[in-house]
Design a protein around this ligand. Structure first.
Ligand code: NCD
Length: 353
């Protein structure tokens, strides 16, 4: 693995090795304090973040490396109109690994075309967030013993929730996982995720109610309604507060069901659930730091590579997704990939019409 843009970049063997490394780090962090000695991470956060940015920073510091970057793009040349390509060419000359979060779908993939060093996708709009998945899988494996055969409820904004998309992507590497996708119709999972699950024979069902399915679940993955992704504020108003996990609802759940949430929470998990032994979301955030340590110990130590400029193709973007990075960074090549039998934009996964 050279970059981590999408969970599909990782093989099952690479995931197993990453988890094994994360476990070793958790068991004996002092043995890893020099693994990234002299290495520098560049954290480019174009969107708000608490856990992801801080956990990447602390992960690098705990490995003996250092971090530079921004958490507010207005403090960088982006505010002067610099292209993503130029920013990446610069910072990949300064650092050994680039960690980036943006509101543009496909931006990490775009950055990887121009970066001399590995790029880690820390969230690209409503598309993907594969390192959150490393946190999620680490938590499930550590607390449940494994992932195969689990029934996982995904609840909330499954349309815009990038953590959910990456988690679904990961399950192709495990056996007999079942997904209960719990969302209002307006916020159902995107079509490219359905195509992906059918293509990989992943069992899934789509429902609108949480309470009816809760007794069947081994993991309940709650998510926030992603307010910042709504073009229409009324759509947000219609859907906010739609699911609230309470202690009473948990009474019908299995005694060892894990409640996960990538956080931040708004109101979708009542505060009193925090004291239930099944609530694992704060632990999940800490496990995320160890998973990121394991990831950085590999990627920050990879050799620099020369990159060829991608071909310039004119000004008409091929992808019609208004949130795709190809809409704003017009020099990007019109890369296409196949998702099942469907031709998709290689940056944002949207179907090409
Ligand atoms: C998530 C994100 O940014 O997508 N947060 C995180 O990284 N832990 C989830 C969210 O913002 O709702």
């Amino acid at each position: 693995m050279r970059h981590l843009i999408d969970f599909g970049d990782m093989t099952r063997a690479e995931w197993d090795a990453l988890y094994a490394r994360a476990s070793q780090i958790m068991d004996d962090p002092s043995a890893f304090t020099d693994v990234c000695h002299g290495k520098v991470a560049c954290n480019l956060f174009y969107e708000p973040s608490t856990r992801t940015n801080f956990s990447f920073q602390t992960a690098m510091m705990r490995l003996g490396g250092t971090v530079f970057g921004f958490a507010d793009p207005n403090s960088s040349s982006v505010a002067k109109g610099e292209s993503l390509k130029d920013t990446i060419k610069m910072v990949s000359g300064y650092g050994d690994v680039v960690v980036m979060r943006t509101p543009w779908e496909g931006s990490a993939k775009a950055a990887s075309l121009y970066s001399h060093v590995p790029v880690i996708n820390a969230g690209d709009g409503g598309h993907m967030h594969p390192t959150q998945t490393t946190a999620d899988l680490t938590t499930i494996t550590r607390l449940h013993g494994g992932v195969d055969g689990l029934s996982i409820g995904l609840c909330g904004d499954l349309k815009n929730g990038r953590t959910v998309h990456s988690l679904i992507k990961a399950m192709e590497k495990f056996k007999n996982v079942k997904f209960f996708c719990i969302a209002p119709r307006e916020l159902a999972i995107p079509e490219y995720m359905r195509v992906f699950m059918r293509e990989h024979n992943i069992w899934f069902t789509e429902v609108t109610g949480l309470e009816a399915v809760i007794p069947q679940l081994d993991v309940l993955y709650m998510t926030r309604i992603q307010r910042e992704r709504f073009a229409d504020p009324e759509e947000y108003e219609r859907n906010k507060g739609i699911y609230v996990l309470t202690r009473r609802k948990l009474e019908r759940a299995k005694p060892d069901m894990l409640v996960l949430h990538p956080l931040p929470r708004v109101d979708e998990i009542a505060i009193d659930v925090d004291d239930d032994p099944r609530a694992a979301y704060f632990q999940q955030a800490r496990y995320g730091m160890f998973a990121r340590m394991a990831l950085l110990s590999d990627l920050a130590n990879q050799p620099r590579q020369e990159v060829l400029d991608a071909v310039e193709i004119g000004t008409k973007p091929v992808c019609t997704n208004p949130r795709c990075i190809t809409q704003t960074e017009r020099y990007l090549p019109p890369l296409v990939k196949r998702n099942g039998s469907v031709d998709c934009c290689a940056f944002c996964d949207a179907e090409l019409k």
